[in-house]
Design a protein around this ligand. Structure first.
Ligand code: HH2
Length: 262
């Protein structure tokens, strides 16, 4: 899954693809680099990010979806907390709803997901982006995240979402310390046992800088991002949300050959 942020303030690529033409050009690059799916976001969720209005988010993402649909039928996911944005994005040709709140952000998130009948990514987050890194706390992060994801998947199914449409994501960096993130990275096999495909987003995240303090600039975190991605793949993660598609595809290809999988 290639990341396409059409925001002025995303933590690693904020502002770079904010115009429709720049975003469409980046989409072409990500597709040429081997992405199977593009994730389009119009609201930054980096730690400390402020929420944006419905109209701002619609104005950012809808023209980009339309522009990509003019030249490609690659599956597109819409990364949004807002049911209205998900609905409008799907009407313009997006295919998947990626919701970092696990369909909890709005009263009609679950019913909208059922109504749209699209694949949904249910992610775990403790707190809200503005304050989530202030003091994250867990007794046992892996079992708590697993229990949360299982409960949200059950709530989605009860609301009418098909079980086969659900993807789960532990939400690396969303209300988690380095120790929490590392425990989750080592507990992905257990999360897979919940019976849903897993999506993992580790690309360029602060976890890499927490281990290598020289990697202050997110663009200097590729090596660590690839190590995390392969560690996820080895535990059965089905999809990786990444900024550096070409490098990740190459790492996965080499790893698959080494493992005798390709
Ligand atoms: N991470 C980010 C955003 N959306 N969605 C899922 N399912 N999983 C993730 O790990 C995830 C996500 C944060 O990264 P990014 O989009 O690069 O930055 P920003 O939120 O600043 O736009």
């Amino acid at each position: 899954m290639g990341v396409l942020n059409v925001t002025p303030d995303s933590f690693s690529d904020g502002g770079r693809f904010a115009g429709v033409e720049a975003a469409a050009a980046q989409a072409r690059r990500l597709i040429a680099d081997g992405a199977d799916l593009l994730d389009i976001g119009g609201e930054s969720t980096r730690p400390g990010a402020a929420p944006v209005s419905l109209q701002t988010e619609l104005d950012r993402v809808l023209p980009v979806i339309e522009a990509i649909r003019a030249f490609s039928d690659i599956p597109l996911s819409i990364d949004t907390l807002k049911p209205e944005v998900a609905r409008a994005a799907l009407a313009r040709g997006a295919d998947v709803w990626n919701d970092i709140s696990g369909l909890t952000a709005a009263p009609d998130s679950l019913s909208t997901a059922a109504d749209l009948a699209c694949p949904v990514v249910i992610m775990h987050m403790q707190g809200k982006p503005a304050t989530m890194q202030d003091a994250p706390q867990y007794e046992d992060v892996v079992s708590e995240v697993a229990a949360y994801l299982a409960a949200r998947a059950a709530a989605a199914v009860a609301a009418g979402v098909a079980k086969s449409a659900i993807w789960l994501d532990p939400g690396i960096g969303f209300g988690k310390t380095l120790a929490h993130n590392l425990a989750l990275m080592n507990g992905l096999g257990g999360l897979s046992a919940l019976g849903f495909p897993l999506l993992l987003g580790v690309s360029r995240k602060r976890t890499v800088m927490a281990i290598d303090p020289t990697a202050k600039d997110p663009k200097d975190r590729l090596g660590g991002s690839l190590a995390l991605a392969l560690h996820g793949a080895a535990q059965g993660v089905a999809a990786l949300r990444v900024h550096d598609v070409r490098e990740t595809v190459q790492a996965l290809k080499v790893w698959a050959v080494l493992k005798g999988l390709a």
